[in-house]
Design a protein around this ligand. Structure first.
Ligand SMILES: NC(=O)c1ccc[n+]([C@@H]2O[C@H](COP(=O)([O-])OP(=O)(O)OC[C@H]3O[C@@H](n4cnc5c(N)ncnc54)[C@H](O)[C@@H]3O)[C@@H](O)[C@H]2O)c1
Ligand SMILES: [Zn+2]
Ligand SMILES: [Zn+2]
Length: 371
């Protein structure tokens, strides 16, 4: 038994997505069929589509920033039922594995291996086109009107929340805010430097504002981003292109020795080093959020760490999706997390390739696809 679904399929790396009608099989045990109402387009989708992602598998249905409604559930599913509003999670939360029970991380491993291979936990796909399998992506595949995901990869959210906005909590906005609040645990009164002002960096600014940071330095080579950064609470604006010395020197001078916290929100290993070295001696902490290209490595002089700086990383903002996303949704509903500023463009699925163009041209923060 299968249903038809309009989807944007990545048939090959470096090629535009193609809008086709897929066959989607019914959810098996522990799985859920979700009708996607809206999805954001994140830089990570573009990274995979480009072919630079070593884990990229084709042909696949990309997309991991969606909001939808449960259409049907497979055998044994108890935590959601048809009609529930959900956000698919690329970081599942099984609440049973060693990682979930550690209380120290959000990196649930329950479906990790098959998810990384573009498969459902039983090792098969639910998508096919002209009889040939199409792979899943990040366990979510939100660029399809209908998608199948494991039950443990769904956050059930308030039905009143607008799915065409809170879909952004499925990745970018939560990632940036969570990195500041959960991973770095920025303290009130701190100075913070945010490198890169895309969806992730702007969300990190919101997080820093929520943490009552006293000074938030927004850094980007595209000065068009500064106006929104200011609206969200950034206090200082730095364009590395305006200086002929390393950007870490500029930040250290600007802050009397360095910032308390920095965040790399680009995926550039040179900038990761700059972000670390922008931190204050003795206590400054730098968090890597950006995803670097295959095979790239970070470096710095060990003395940077010996003298008290700390380097960490954050995935999905350290957020345990099923447990914590409902609260993020509530904060978006109350206006504490302003989602409207992120949505610079909306478009139907048929125009999804222009969302990638707008991102590459630096013209969008987030494009949201309405199905
Ligand atoms: N860790 C996670 O869980 C997670 C989640 C989502 C995205 N990401 C990654 O975060 C990164 C950012 O994602 P996004 O959607 O915000 O991307 P984006 O493309 O929207 O934004 C990137 C920004 O960085 C700026 N930039 C580029 N080079 C720069 C430089 N040298 N110095 C300063 N600014 C520079 C660009 O002008 C742009 O404004 C990507 O690498 C993405 O893959 C990580
Ligand atoms: Zn993302
Ligand atoms: Zn788990």
């Amino acid at each position: 038994m299968s249903i038809k679904s309009r989807a944007a399929v990545a048939f090959a790396p470096g090629k535009p997505l193609e809008i086709v009608e897929l066959d989607v099989q019914a959810p098996k045990a522990g799985e859920v069929l979700v009708r996607i109402i809206a999805t954001g387009v994140c830089h990570t989708d573009a990274f995979t589509l480009s072919g630079d992602d070593p884990e990229g598998i084709f042909p696949a249905v990309l997309g991991h920033e969606g909001g939808g409604i449960v259409e049907a559930v497979g055998e044994g599913v108890t935590s959601v039922s048809p009609g529930d509003h959900v956000i698919p999670l690329y970081t599942a939360e099984c609440r049973r594995c060693k990682f979930c029970t550690s209380g120290k991380t959000n990196l649930c491993q329950a479906v990790r291996t098959t998810q990384g291979k573009g498969l459902m936990p039983d090792g098969t796909t639910r998508f096919s086109y002209q009889g040939k399998p199409i792979y899943h992506y990040m366990g979510t595949s939100t660029f399809s009107e209908y998608t199948v995901v494991p039950e443990i990869s769904l956050a059930k959210i308030n039905k009143e929340a607008p799915l065409e906005k809170v879909c952004l909590l499925g990745c970018g906005v939560t990632t940036g805010i969570g990195a500041v609040l959960n991973t770095a645990k920025v303290q009130a009164g701190s100075t913070v430097a945010i490198f890169g002002l895309g969806g992730i960096g702007l969300a990190a600014i919101i997080g820093a504002t929520m943490a009552n940071a006293s000074r938030i330095i927004a850094i980007d080579i595209n000065p068009d981003k500064f106006a929104i950064a200011e609206k969200l609470g950034a206090t200082d604006f730095v364009n590395p292109k305006d200086y002929d010395k390393p950007i870490q020197e500029v930040i250290v001078e600007l802050t009397d020795g360095g910032v308390d916290y920095s965040f790399e929100c680009v995926g550039n290993v040179g900038l990761m080093r700059a972000a670390l070295e922008s931190c204050h001696k003795g206590w400054g902490e730098s968090t890597i959020i950006g995803v670097a290209g295959a095979g790239q490595e970070i470096s710095t002089r060990p003395f940077q760490l010996v003298t008290g700086r700390v380097w960490r990383g954050s995935a999905f903002g350290g957020v345990r999706g099923r447990t914590e996303l409902p609260d993020y949704v509530a904060k978006a509903q109350s206006g504490e997390i302003p989602l409207d500023v992120f949505i610079t463009h909306t478009m139907p699925l048929e125009d999804i390739n222009s969302a990638f163009d707008l991102m590459h041209e630096g013209k969008s923060i987030r494009s949201v696809i309405h199905f």
